[in-house]
Design a protein around this ligand. Structure first.
Ligand code: FES
Length: 134
């Protein structure tokens, strides 16, 4: 059902585990299959993604999509990372079975949620600093 590239990455996924010092964390799930993906981002002061890791409780395609997504967004700005589409992941993999397309969408959604979380935290930090000044 999976092509060789998908199997290869599944056997050796990159960036697995929790990321210490992550300042953007996104958790998403798919109700239909019950799979859950947690993405950790460490974003520097210039908005560049220094590091990205994941913890995924799900199928092989979800794990592989998470691995590819973290590799693709490392070193990118948050705006660039937001432009990553699940089709980019699928193309990189040389295809996913039709019933596994939603697994790549989960990775896209995890990126969006993690960046949302980062922006929320940044806004809070800024507010705190402003309150201190006032
Ligand atoms: Fe649902 Fe893969 S089967 S994320």
């Amino acid at each position: 059902m999976y092509n060789n590239k998908v199997i290869e990455i599944f056997n050796n996924p990159k960036n697995v585990g929790e990321l210490k010092g992550a300042n953007g964390i996104g958790t998403v799930g798919n109700e239909a299959c019950g799979d859950i993906m947690k993405l950790y981002l460490k974003i520097d002061d210039n908005g560049i993604i220094e590091n990205a890791t994941f913890k995924t409780f799900g199928c092989a395609a979800a794990i592989v999509s998470s691995s590819v997504a973290t590799e693709m967004i490392k070193g990118k700005s948050i705006d660039e990372a937001l432009k990553l589409e699940n089709s980019d992941i699928i193309n990189y993999l040389g295809g996913l079975p039709d019933n596994k397309i939603h697994c790549s969408i989960l990775a896209k959604e995890a990126i969006v949620e993690a960046i949302k979380d980062y922006r929320k935290k940044q806004a809070k930090k800024l507010k705190k600093q402003e309150n201190k000044k006032a």
